[in-house]
Write a protein that binds this ligand. Structure first.
Ligand code: HEM
Length: 440
């Protein structure tokens, strides 16, 4: 069986397809359209060069262009070269964890920002933490870890609570809201801005920038995104300069200081890291909150359990949501050598997709995995990934989601989602509602 994430119906409910993959083709070839293959090829131009396969992205680009312009068939195959990179999806828990534990074979270069060889445009996260491997990753991560100490994160709780309360007060008199737009998105965006020490007045800009960063991770070439990336980069570069002159108690100052100590982070790294935080830390948390509420509405007996004891059960609700319907459905890795998984040959330069969402429902690890059960043992779920790239913001995400959900249960105890009006992200990499009409 081939994995075809573009088939209709997949985005609404990917889980039946993921279950079939896990059972029938645990290491499956991915069937993607030529345009998507082109996007991937261009996105990964640099990393494929790193894996020793020069020229593939350009070959793919020319093949696609000539097909569109009717130049006739391209004979790259006759020249013995593949037009598009091969892509494999891995769905069993054991294999997904194996891939994530071996960055020397399955490199994270595939997670770096995209590169567009034609337009020479750069995604701001290019070269940042998420797209590099040990030993460089180890040093870089040690520095940014200093900004995520349990004390620093725990100290944010009163501000998250205050913001959640204020946001609810703003829409409360209407007795309805779009929870994504008015609540679950503003909270993580504001908290990242705060961690970086950026002023609240720029909150609307951050929303625009973070949305562009997310969309820009899966699409290329949009002038709008290029403009927004540039805007964000310029703004952040000014912030870096300002913090160099007047350091504060924020992450940018900490990183700039690390650079001055002779660390490895220069201004470009700091800007890249700020972009990564916005891209990785906003929409994901928003989706976790939305997916939790959708799962509760579909399983009212679980909602009743939460209402009985919100303080104790909301943390369990968050973990079960991250297992059952994770905001990050899959990751990307690049094969650095010819290898093999479960007897399937993976050539050097191929892309490998560890399907977190499929592994999280592997019956060998989680019994009755398709049941949403906040009382189950969720230990070992892969919602935050695994290994050296395990989510840097996991404790912040847990804090934000917990406070956001506690405040909903406290102030809007009779909330209800008008499910007919929910819309979802059109991406197979991230999952969650883009609108969540709530009445209460
Ligand atoms: C529920 C919300 C979140 C989910 C589901 C999530 C998920 C993930 C996953 C699966 C990875 C692993 C990527 C890989 O292995 O390639 C990751 C990495 C990362 N996450 Fe999160 N994340 C969330 C929230 C956050 C927040 C709030 C922040 C920061 C403010 C953040 C920052 C990062 C960073 C910087 C990395 C890269 C770490 C590294 O490369 O060492 N995430 N996240």
């Amino acid at each position: 069986m081939k994995f075809r994430p573009f088939e209709s119906g997949f985005l609404e409910d990917p889980y039946p397809t993921l279950a079939r993959l896990r059972e029938e083709s645990p290491v499956a070839k991915v069937g993607i359209s030529p345009l998507t293959a082109l996007t991937l090829a261009r996105r990964f131009a640099r990393m494929r060069r790193d894996a020793g396969e020069p020229g593939l992205a350009r070959t793919a680009w020319r093949a696609w262009r000539s097909r569109r312009s009717g130049d006739g068939p391209h004979n790259h195959r006759a020249q013995g070269r593949r037009r598009f990179p091969r892509v494999f999806a891995v769905s069993r828990y054991e294999d997904v964890t194996e891939v994530l534990r071996h960055p020397e074979i399955f490199s994270s270069k595939a997670m770096g920002g995209m590169e567009d060889p034609e337009a020479e445009q750069f995604h701001p996260t290019q070269g940042s933490l998420i797209g590099i491997d040990p030993p460089e990753h180890t040093d870089h991560r040690a520095i940014v870890n200093r900004g995520f100490t349990p004390r620093r994160i725990a100290a944010m709780e009163p501000r998250v609570r205050k913001l959640a309360d204020e946001l609810i007060s703003a829409f409360f008199p209407r007795r309805r809201c779009d929870l994504v737009e008015e609540y679950s998105n503003p909270i993580p965006v504001a908290m990242i801005a705060e961690l970086l020490g950026l002023p609240a007045e720029r909150r609307d800009d951050f929303k625009r920038w973070s949305a562009a960063l997310i969309v820009g991770s899966t699409q290329i070439g949009s002038q709008i995104h290029t403009g927004l990336f540039k805007e964000f980069r310029e703004y952040m570069s000014q912030v870096v300069e300002q913090r160099r002159r007047e350091p504060g108690d924020d992450l940018v100052s900490l990183l700039v200081h690390a650079e001055e100590e002779g660390g490895i982070l220069d201004a470009v790294h700091v800007v890249g890291f700020a972009s990564l935080m916005l891209a990785a830390g906003s929409e994901t948390t928003t989706n976790a909150i939305g997916n939790a509420l959708l799962a509760l509405q579909a399983n009212p007996e679980q909602g009743a359990l939460v209402r009985e004891d919100p303080e104790r059960r909301i943390p369990a609700l968050i973990e079960e949501t991250l297992r059952y319907d994770p905001p990050v459905q899959m990751l990307m890795r690049l094969a650095m050598e010819d290898t093999e998984i479960r007897g399937v040959e993976i050539p050097k330069g191929a892309m490998v997709l560890p399907l977190l969402a499929a592994a999280n429902r592997d019956p060998d690890v989680f019994s009755d995995p398709d049941r949403f059960d906040i009382e189950r043992n969720t230990q070992g779920h892969l919602g935050f990934g695994l290994g050296n790239h395990f989510c840097l913001g996991a404790s912040l995400a847990r804090l934000e989601a917990r406070v956001a959900l506690e405040t909903i249960f406290e102030r809007l105890p009779n909330w209800r989602i008008e499910t007919a009006d929910v819309t979802r992200h059109g991406s197979w990499l991230i999952r969650g509602p883009t609108t969540l009409p709530l009445t209460f």
